[in-house]
Design a binder for this molecule. Structure first.
Ligand SMILES: CC(C)(COP(=O)(O)OP(=O)(O)OC[C@H]1O[C@@H](n2cnc3c(N)ncnc32)[C@H](O)[C@@H]1OP(=O)(O)O)[C@@H](O)C(=O)NCCC(=O)NCCS
Length: 171
C-alpha cells in the first residue's frame, strides 16, 4: 500500500490503495499425479488475495459471499511461478467485487513471459464488530481502465441480482 492512501474511515479510496500481488512457486504438494497445479489450491490462493484486497479497502474483517467464476485457461506445472493480481472493481454498501487475475511465469524462460491462466470475480462482504454486513468506503476509479471496470462491475452486480430474483444461478 502507498503512504498517500487515505484511511478507510475517510470513506473514499482509490483502486491503487488495495491492489495486491502474491507470488507462489508450485511445490510438489500443490500438484496432482501429472505434476499440474490442483484447481482447489488455486481457488484457495484466489480467495486469499481477494480477502486481502477487501480488507485493505474496508479496514474490516471480511467474508466470501461468492466466486464467479474459475476457468482454467492453461495448466500450471511443478516449479512454475504463479502470480496472482487482485484489484477492486466495484463496491456496493457492504459488498466488494474483486477481480483476481492469475498468470504463470516459466522460470526457465529468459523473457519471463506471463500467461494468463485464470480470471475470477470474487464478492467479499465487510463485517462489523457484530459480525453483520457493514458499510465500506466508496471506490474512486481513476484511470480509463478502472472506470470501464467499474461499469462492468455494476452490470455484473445487477445481472446477479436479477438472476437471484428469478431463482437461477448468475454464473
Ligand atoms: C454473505 C453474508 C454475510 C450476507 O449476509 P446477509 O444477511 O444475506 O446480508 P444482506 O442481505 O444484508 O446482504 C449484504 C450484502 O451482501 C451481498 N450478498 C449477499 N449474498 C450474496 C451473494 N451470494 N453473492 C454476492 N453478494 C451477496 C448483498 O448484495 C449485500 O450487498 P450490499 O451491502 O453491497 O448491498 C451471509 O450470507 C454469510 O455469512 N454467508 C456465509 C459466508 C461464508 O461463510 N463464507 C465463507 C465460505 S466457506
Amino acid at each position: 500500500m502507498t503512504e498517500t492512501c487515505p484511511a478507510p474511515e475517510d470513506r473514499i479510496r482509490t483502486v491503487a490503495c488495495s491492489r495486491t500481488e502474491q507470488v507462489h512457486v508450485i511445490m510438489p504438494g500443490d500438484c496432482n499425479q501429472s505434476f499440474r497445479l490442483f484447481g482447489g489450491r488455486l481457488m484457495e490462493w484466489v480467495d486469499v488475495v481477494a480477502a486481502v484486497v477487501a480488507r485493505r479497502h474496508s479496514g474490516c474483517e471480511v467474508t466470501t459471499a461468492s466466486i464467479d467464476r474459475l476457468d482454467f485457461l492453461a495448466p500450471a506445472k511443478l516449479n512454475d511461478l504463479v502470480v496472482l493480481q487482485g484489484r477492486l472493481v466495484y463496491v456496493g454498501h457492504s459488498s466488494m467485487l474483486i477481480c483476481v487475475d492469475t498468470f504463470v511465469e516459466d522460470p526457465e524462460c529468459e523473457s519471463a513471459q506471463r500467461t494468463l491462466v485464470n480470471r475470477a470475480f470474487v464478492t467479499m462482504i465487510a463485517l462489523g464488530r457484530d459480525k453483520r454486513p457493514t458499510g465500506v468506503p466508496a471506490l474512486l476509479p481513476e484511470t480509463e481502465a478502472e472506470k470501464a471496470d467499474y461499469e462492468l462491475g455494476r452490470a455484473r452486480r445487477e445481472a446477479a441480482r436479477q438472476a437471484a430474483h428469478a431463482g437461477v444461478n448468475p454464473a
